[in-house]
Design a binder for this molecule. Structure first.
Ligand SMILES: [Cu+2]
Length: 107
């Protein structure tokens, strides 16, 4: 006896959310909308961290303990610093002191 062929709806698959927010690569900090993103970054000792200004406004990246200091970064400009010592480095944008971030360097 004939088996009715079940018309299975084409499986379109579950919509896996592959559209993750554009993650900044592990060692990069974006400067966007007057904020550092991520504001807190943890890296291993010896890592070079790069800040990229994605704002229309100039920003700086200046460590609280002066271990690094960028000049004013225009739109699209970047600043890189290699952390050779473990520790916690707080930094600010000296133009907008309310902008601050932290890089934690693990041994
Ligand atoms: Cu700023």
């Amino acid at each position: 006896m004939p088996m009715p062929t079940m018309a299975m709806p084409a499986s379109t698959g579950t919509s896996t959310a592959t559209t993750a927010p554009v993650a900044v690569p592990g060692n990069a900090v974006a400067i966007e909308n007057f904020a550092f993103a991520p504001a807190a970054l943890t890296v291993r000792r010896g890592t070079t961290v790069t800040w990229v200004n994605r704002d229309e406004e100039p920003h700086t990246v200046v460590a609280g303990d002066s271990s690094f200091r960028s000049k004013a970064l225009g739109t699209g400009a970047s600043f890189a610093f290699t952390f050779t010592k473990a520790g916690s480095y707080g930094y600010v944008c000296t133009i907008h002191p309310f902008m601050h971030g932290t890089v934690v360097v693990t041994p």
